[in-house]
Design a protein around this ligand. Sequence first.
Ligand code: HEM
Length: 131
Amino acid sequence: MSESKTKIFRLEEVKKNKNSKSTWVVIHNSVYNVTEFLNEHPGGEEVLLEQAGRDASEAFEDVGHSSDAREMMEKYKIGELAEEDRVKTERKPQAWSSDASSASSKDNNWNAWLIPVVIGIVTIVLYKYLS
Ligand code: HEM
């Protein structure tokens, strides 16, 4: 019967379901409607809403979900992502690996240094002043 055919969704459509009234996520090219699961998710609804309407595969794997969690997901699966919208499993070029951004990442390093140094100086001054 045609009912058993897997439904195919475009990413455009998934993107429309990113609020607490309708929450869809894409994990490994499958589309899940987790609206009913928001309240039950042991990791909280916040993280699901954060990933809603997009590909949450990486976030999902980063958590190291148990096999129980993976079994649970099947209940919420509503279909699969259209072939055209699938992301290849090979690594995408990351912003940090491109030449253009390496200059700005040096700037970021500077900021990262500056803040603790300023906090240190302020602490020393305050300590001397108060003692
Ligand atoms: C249908 C999809 C999902 C299901 C069925 C699911 C299920 C679960 C379950 C059962 C747990 C408890 C721990 C475990 O058994 O692994 C959990 C924890 C968690 N999940 Fe999910 N999850 C889903 C999607 C996501 C997504 C997209 C994120 C995005 C970051 C996420 C983030 C977390 C976090 C942060 C925890 C807490 C881990 C901890 O306390 O150590 N989950 N989830």
